[in-house]
Ligand binder design. Structure first.
Ligand code: GMT
Length: 367
């Protein structure tokens, strides 16, 4: 098939899923055309059947708010016509779904039919989308999509709760490419980080408020009161500076390493003993799944789709948002030498449910 994928090109989960999906579809012989404002981060080399088109425009002094949505719509129209696209798969509703819907109607006037699959990823519904400034547009775009999917049961329920939308929503969970996400022998790296055999805790995020990174520090400090441990923080974002300052203030800088944005997270996850994701809201928690795929158990909140991914008492533990005490003592429990190997094994086993080969056919069937 000829498929257009509209997504954010960044390290964020929705962009990563869209990119990996496009690569896998191209591998299977579909023609895949990415349309975005930048080259998606995980498409860095020429790949057969895979194309990238930039939605860009010249700035003009009148534009206080750059009209990206219009430029994107025009680019979609152009690429659909030039490449005979049959389906547009839109990742993250805002503003991609609205742009796709407008493109559909422009094309219709020219006698060209295109189907729209909209995949909801989380904050496009739970945080940003339900806000009055976006809600009518998101609602309309959902109605005008031919298929709507959500990455978890929880996000599906949230969509029904917050939007005037009664059509079926198909849950297609996120996936992992196990060719990439596997525990790798990185003993030299482990020795460098934890020379005295300390346990290694990892957190990955975009350091936005919703990720509650200060909670990671609190949980880490509680762990350290009983288990020697090091903490690796991967990613970057608005809260990072404050978190670094907190580390300096409580004098734990030598044990906490900020690694910034990393492409090969699987190499770091390969040396980890525990992954911490204490988010306020998380419709799926791809970062937790990536950790589990590398045999790392998870301490998470029980919000949104996290309990569907992190099975309480099996792959790790889930807790109420902000319950540092419980998250800390659960972490200590997992890190005991008598428990750790079992949790690692169970985390890996559960992650296999989400292998790419299981999920790809679900999207193909929808197309
Ligand atoms: O975090 C966001 O604001 C957007 C989005 C993204 O692009 O990373 O994240 C969401 O989509 C991911 C992929 O489906 C999910 O794993 C994340 O849980 C979800 N983030 C939130 O719900 C906060």
């Amino acid at each position: 098939m000829n498929i257009g994928i509209i997504c954010y090109p960044t390290f964020g989960g929705s962009g990563v899923i869209a990119t990996e999906l496009g690569k896998a579809l191209a591998d299977k012989g579909h023609q895949v055309h990415f349309i975005s404002y930048d080259q998606p981060v995980r498409i860095d080399a020429f790949t057969e059947n895979l194309f990238y088109h930039e939605a860009s425009f010249n700035d003009y002094p009148l534009f206080k708010y750059p009209p990206y949505e219009s430029a994107l719509t025009s680019k979609i129209v152009d690429i659909v016509k030039a490449n005979n696209l049959e389906v547009l798969h839109v990742h993250y509703a805002i503003p991609h779904a609205a742009a796709a819907v407008m493109a559909k109607y422009i094309l219709k006037r020219e006698g060209i039919s295109i189907k729209i699959v909209t995949t909801l990823h989380g904050t496009d519904i739970t945080l940003v989308g339900k806000d009055k400034s976006f809600e009518p547009v998101v609602s309309y775009s959902l109605h005008e999509s031919d298929v709507v999917t959500a990455v978890s049961e929880s996000l599906k329920e949230d969509t029904y709760k917050y939007f005037n939308y009664g059509e079926p929503i198909t849950v297609v969970p996120n996936f992992i490419d196990f060719k990439r996400f596997n525990k790798q022998p990185k003993d030299h790296f482990k020795k460098a980080i934890a020379p005295n055999g300390e346990k290694i805790l990892v957190h990955t995020s975009n350091f936005r408020k919703v990720k509650r990174v200060p909670d990671v520090l609190d949980i880490y400090r509680k762990v350290c009161s009983e288990v020697p441990a090091k903490l690796l923080l991967i990613g970057d974002g608005p809260e990072r500076m404050a978190v670094e300052e907190e580390c300096r203030e409580c004098d734990i800088c030598k044990d906490v390493t900020f690694l910034g944005k990393q492409e090969a997270v699987e190499e770091i996850l390969s040396v980890a003993d525990l992954f911490i994701i204490p988010s306020e809201t998380e419709s799926f928690g791809l970062a937790a799944l990536e950790a589990m795929a590398c045999e790392v158990p998870v301490i998470s909140t029980n919000t949104g789709g996290l309990p569907e991914v992190n099975i309480d008492g099996i792959t790790g533990f889930t807790s109420d948002v902000g319950d540092i005490e419980k998250m800390g003592s659960d972490a200590i429990h997992i890190l005991q030498d008598s428990n750790l190997a079992q949790f690692k094994k169970q985390a890996k086993e559960h992650s296999l449910k989400y292998k790419l080969e299981n999920i790809l056919p679900l999207y193909e069937a929808l197309y």
